[in-house]
Design a protein around this ligand. Structure first.
Ligand code: DX5
Ligand code: ZN
Length: 218
């Protein structure tokens, strides 16, 4: 997926769940590129959000790219159902799945884009064996589970490393950064090598969401 401009992917974890339909439609109005869907199971992360039905119900409301981030244990069991619900890309955690190759194959064989996510304390090099299959490398810059956390210091080096691995082994893939991204640190994150910025609080908590999206894109 070659990228020309930085992709902004607001995370609906920070949206008002009581008005989700309106929030999803608003993302197109404010100039977002993707919709970042944070699926949590209360097992892999200490929080619960939503599942297939939410994605199925909001799919008809938006033409934006649905970027599903599965923070669930043993995601191989469910990736197909997220694709059937309307995800355009499904990423899952390296730390959550024993059969990474098999899970990536299921996603790709279903005609969907695939991504592999790594936690802040996971060595970036673990993704090497899978790079040829990836459309997206998701570098977590907070420990997953909650929006509104602080960008972990030292993450810029990890972004550099992920970009270097992508440049050498996976030119088809994009580098996505997720957690604590805001208008103050976005430029340095992009300069470090990010193609896609996930932003929950920085967008949904902004006084003017369209301005926030523009400022994040730089
Ligand atoms: C955290 C999620 C992130 C989070 C981002 O587990 O994966 O996508 O919602 O929210 P902010 O941008 O507020 O850190
Ligand atoms: Zn996420």
């Amino acid at each position: 997926m070659p990228m020309s401009k930085t992709i902004i992917a607001p995370s609906i974890l920070s949206a008002n769940f009581a008005d989700m339909g309106k929030e999803i439609k608003n993302l197109s109005e404010i100039g977002a590129d993707w919709v970042h869907l944070d699926v949590m199971d209360g097992m892999f992360v200490p929080n619960l959000t939503f599942g297939f039905k939410m994605i199925k119900d909001i799919r008809p409301l938006s033409k934006l790219f649905f970027d599903a981030h599965l923070m669930i244990a043993q995601p191989k069991r469910y990736v197909k159902r997220f694709i059937e619900s309307g995800a355009d890309l499904v990423s899952f955690h390296y730390e959550a799945e024993d059969d990474i190759d098999g899970t990536l194959d299921i996603i790709k064989n279903a005609g969907c884009k695939c991504g592999l996510a790594i936690n802040p304390d996971t060595d970036v090099n673990v993704i090497k064996p899978y790079l040829s299959k990836l459309d997206l490398i998701l570098v977590m810059t907070v420990f997953p589970g909650f929006g509104g956390q602080k960008f972990i210091d030292g993450s810029l080096d990890r972004i550099n490393k992920a970009k270097a691995l992508r440049d050498e082994y996976a030119p088809q893939a994009v580098v996505e950064i997720d957690g604590g991204v805001n208008v103050a640190n976005a430029r340095s994150i992009i300069q470090a090598g990010a193609d896609v910025l996930v932003a929950g609080n920085a967008v949904f908590g902004a006084a003017d969401r369209a301005v926030a999206v523009k400022q994040l894109r730089g």
